[in-house]
Write a protein that binds this ligand. Structure first.
Ligand code: HMG
Length: 391
């Protein structure tokens, strides 16, 4: 049986910051942010969006009634979840109106959570071929104002429907993974911003890529010419390029040109959104599928997932006939076109806003947020979620 991605969609909030302006405000040369880091814009989540609503918004227009009938497992990968106990998956399951005969869980291992969810989903479909699994990868990346990591923040979510006989990408069975206990990036439960050893995290990312890429080549016999494109977890878009550069030096010009061109295309959406942790790799895959018009059906795509702390994984997929028909390219173009730029002062103000933690009630104005699904406030420590379009 073939299992893989049947549908895929993403959502990012309606506000963004221009990285040239952020660089100037931080006394940096704009080229450091736009070329050295490789980010043009950074999505900013208003207080009316959290990882639950971002995920629900990503899935909302993607599912039809038949999908809803078949989904019996919702897996939510995140590292910026809103509750230490209850999973984000349960909220999204309700906001989307999914059937109650389903499982719903949250998984965590830094940015690897989305990939872990996909692999769990594959196992579930292997045992239950007629069901479908909704995988959600959703995060708001926060390092803090005026920190070196600030330029690598972002907000957004990707929703993926995993099924048998998928219409977009069949995931191949051979997978190579690695775990090692390292402290490159972490977020203690008392902190709402991440701690990071930036340079060390870059080195570890490359080292994990090197290990799983080598292991995968040995296991499968694949080499660069077997891949039409490689997609990377993108904490910032220069990072994947650094990893790609480590493997093409002794290869043919044709391999190098193809992979670099496809890599650049695979970073287009990420350049405008920033790091969305668990969802970054899948945003990059979407960027490639929607923006590269020359990809052929049957092409093999390699995917490198990295979650600090750390777990790395390399896996592959084969593009299915007419996959373009099942993408939402026009909607994503419109979503980017409709975004509103905020000034640095406005972004800083939004960054500092938080929901009360003392049990008091707060009602938020959700009319200013064009998203269908919003946080409308908090009451008795319970977030009040609203789906404006659910009848
Ligand atoms: P930094 O120290 O501000 O930057 O931090 P830098 O001095 O290293 O400069 C960055 C690049 O800009 C360099 O290029 C400079 O040469 C270049 P590189 O040598 O790296 O190729 N540069 C310029 N280029 C053009 N024109 C100029 C110019 N000036 C300088 N004028 C750092 C950068 C990424 C370390 C920081 O932002 C950070 O700590 N970010 C967060 C950590 C991170 O993203 N790590 C990535 C790997 S770990 C990972 O992917 C997991 C993660 O997603 C978390 C998870 O798993 O949950 C983070």
């Amino acid at each position: 049986m073939q299992i893989g991605i049947d549908k895929i969609n993403f959502y990012t909030p309606h506000l963004y910051v221009d990285m040239n302006k952020l660089a100037i405000a931080r006394n940096q040369e704009p080229e450091k942010f736009t070329i050295g880091i490789g980010q043009d814009e950074m999505a900013v989540a208003p207080i009316t969006q959290d990882p639950v609503t971002l995920a629900a918004n990503a899935a909302w227009n993607m599912l039809d009634e038949a999908d809803k009938e078949q989904i019996d497992f919702v897996i939510f990968g995140t590292e910026s979840g809103i509750d230490h106990s209850k999973s984000g998956a349960v909220y999204v399951h309700h906001l989307l109106g999914l059937k109650k005969e389903a499982r719903a869980i949250e998984v965590k291992q830094a940015c690897y959570g989305g990939t872990a969810a996909i692999q769990l989903a594959k196992g579930h479909i292997a045992l239950n071929p007629t069901s479908k699994v909704l995988v959600l990868a959703s995060d708001i990346a926060r390092y803090g104002l005026n920190t070196p990591g600030e330029v690598t923040q972002g907000a957004g979510a990707v929703a993926i429907l995993i099924s048998a006989d998928p219409r977009i990408l069949v995931l191949e069975d051979e997978v190579s993974y690695r775990t090692d206990e390292i402290m490159d990036f972490w977020r203690p439960v008392y902190s709402d911003t991440a701690y990071v050893d930036g340079k060390y995290s870059n080195e570890q990312y490359i080292s994990f890529f090197s290990h799983v890429w080598t292991a995968h080549k040995e296991k499968t016999g694949f080499d660069l010419n077997d891949f039409e494109a490689l997609c990377y977890h993108l904490p910032y878009t220069k990072m994947g390029l650094k990893a790609l550069r480590t493997i093409y030096d002794d290869k043919t010009e044709a391999d190098k040109e193809r992979l670099v061109e496809n890599y650049q295309i695979s970073t287009r959406y990420n350049r405008k959104v920033g790091n969305i942790y668990t969802a970054s790799l899948y945003l990059s895959l979407l960027s490639l599928l929607e923006q590269q018009e020359n990809l052929r059906d049957g092409s093999r795509i390699g995917l490198f997932s990295y979650g600090s702390g750390a777990v790395g994984e390399f896996f592959t997929g084969i593009l299915q006939p007419n996959y373009r028909k099942y993408l939402h390219t026009a909607e994503h173009t419109t979503m980017f076109e409709k975004r509103q730029e905020v000034s640095i002062a406005e972004y800083e103000e939004i960054f500092k806003q938080e929901l009360p933690k003392d049990g008091s009630t707060l009602d938020l104005n959700i009319e200013e947020d064009p998203a269908p699904i919003c946080v409308a406030g908090i009451k008795d420590h319970m977030r009040q979620y609203v789906n404006k379009q659910k009848v």
